[in-house]
Design a protein around this ligand. Structure first.
Ligand SMILES: Cc1ncc(COP(=O)(O)O)c(C=O)c1O
Length: 446
């Protein structure tokens, strides 16, 4: 079918709510997709959004069985098992946001940096956002698209290398802009400033960039004093104030940002809305996000950038662990070959209780256990869980949603080995892309 006929057929199918047409839309080249979203009316677009979300939800539902089946097989534990096909499902949602808005989407490397899946992600996204030299290098060498770097402060000894591996450099103070803006500009980079929008709704202070006395983002009073003198050397503004949030929170943050910084936006090249957008979550309001971006672009005539991390790999990986032993002390405590302290540190930091497939809350099912790690830390406890049958030594457990902020943050406390990293490829084959050992532990100690 030629391009004209294909887009006409897709438009007809989508207007009737045909799920197959939504799949074909996502698999079509960019030109066809542009024609289709350009031709659909508001109702048709809302229908397309629904179909895309529904198709994605079904794929993730099916994946649960696959994870359980693989956990019962010969795979060695502990292992982070990443499903590339699920990452692709997330990527398609982001591509759709790009289709509808023209926004650029970068992957925040801080959340997930397993480059074995970067060739796939780079087919959909515009590049990476980096927190400093090493992430900028990884973005440049492995993702091979744009690199946008922000750090709360840059080290003099690293700045040249950061400039050579970045396409834009975002500063957290006017001091840093004055010091490094010149060399960055000479290197051909875009220059940005991170501002504090003055409104955040993240309840856990640890994760709230807008908490009182936050060091992240220039506050409005400082900005007003200095920006007019330096505006010529600035291409864009950046804010990051969300954490695992929906687009209603973005709307309120954006309102606060525009109230404070709106009069300075026209004439800039871009505004970066940061990360923390839980775009690929089932209940995420995509239509509102799309409306917010399009309204913003229409008003201010700038490129909008998003830099989610979590959302890109949400629910796309698990951590499979084995029960090593079960001890008794008022409760039955299962000691696993994984640990909250070393392999899922956010469980203790956030804190949160990760879900284990086929488990319930404490005492919801007949047999309950405390799941804990093998380290010396008394608090190395993952949580209390219940099961339909008693746990056995050697049994495998599957912790869900472990691709994000786990592999990038894990550590070798107590000399505990790091989990393998394995990827389920499109073909269904499982590739163990990394195994760790004594050398990795030793090399970090000197
Ligand atoms: C500046 C910045 N951008 C992007 C992100 C990615 O956020 P998330 O992984 O929650 O989407 C973060 C997370 O802390 C961040 O600090």
């Amino acid at each position: 079918m030629d391009g004209q006929h294909l887009s006409a057929a897709l438009i007809r199918g989508l207007s009737k709510g045909d799920a197959k047409a939504a799949g074909q839309y996502l698999a079509s080249p960019a030109g066809i997709r542009r024609q289709v979203v350009g031709a659909l009316d508001e109702r048709g677009l809302a229908l397309l959004t629904r179909l895309i979300k529904e198709a994605k939800r079904k794929k993730f539902e099916k994946a649960t069985t696959r994870f359980l089946r693989l956990a019962q097989g010969s795979i060695e534990t502990p292992v982070y098992l990443i499903d590339e096909t699920l990452i692709e499902e997330n990527m398609k949602v982001l591509m759709y946001v790009k289709d509808r808005t023209g926004a650029k989407v970068f992957h925040a490397l801080k959340s997930y940096a397993s480059f074995a899946t970067f060739p796939l992600m780079a087919r959909y996204l515009d590049g990476t956002c980096a927190s400093g030299l090493h992430e900028a290098m990884l973005g440049r060498k492995e993702f091979r698209k744009e690199v946008h770097t922000f750090s709360a402060a840059y080290r003099p000894s690293e700045i040249r290398a950061i400039i050579s591996h970045s396409d834009s450099l975002i500063f957290n103070s006017f001091y840093q802009l004055r010091k490094y803006g010149g060399p960055a500009r000479k290197g051909g980079l875009d220059i940005g400033l991170r501002v504090n929008p003055g409104h955040g709704e993240v309840e856990t202070e640890m994760y709230n960039p807008c908490a009182p006395c936050s060091r992240l983002g220039i506050v409005h009073a400082e900005f007003e004093k200095e920006f007019p003198k330096l505006r010529k050397g600035v291409d864009g503004l950046h804010f990051h104030a969300l954490c695992q949030q929906n687009s209603d929170v973005l709307e309120r943050v954006l309102t606060a940002f525009v109230k404070r910084y709106g009069k300075y936006i026209r004439g800039l090249k871009w505004v970066n809305f940061g990360g923390g957008h839980h775009i690929t979550r089932d209940d995420y309001d995509l239509e509102r996000l799309i409306r917010l971006i399009n309204d913003f672009k229409r008003t201010f005539k700038v490129q909008v950038i998003l830099e989610p991390g979590e959302g890109n790999v949400l629910n796309a990986g698990v951590l499979i662990a084995s029960v090593l032993d079960i001890v008794k002390n008022r409760a039955e405590i299962a000691i696993l070959d994984t640990s909250a302290e070393t392999h899922m540190p956010d469980v203790l930091l956030m804190p949160y209780r990760p879900h284990v497939l086929n488990s319930g809350k404490k005492q919801e099912k007949k047999y309950w256990y405390r799941l804990a790690g093998p380290s010396c830390l008394s608090g190395d406890v993952i949580g209390d869980y219940s099961f339909d049958r008693p746990l056995r030594r050697g049994q495998r457990l599957v912790f869900t949603d472990m691709a994000l902020y786990s592999i990038v943050k894990n550590n070798t406390f107590n000399g505990i080995n790091l989990p393998d990293i394995a990827v389920i490829r499109d073909s269904g084959s499982v590739e163990v892309v990394k195994k760790f050992g004594y050398k990795d532990y030793r090399d970090r100690q000197s």
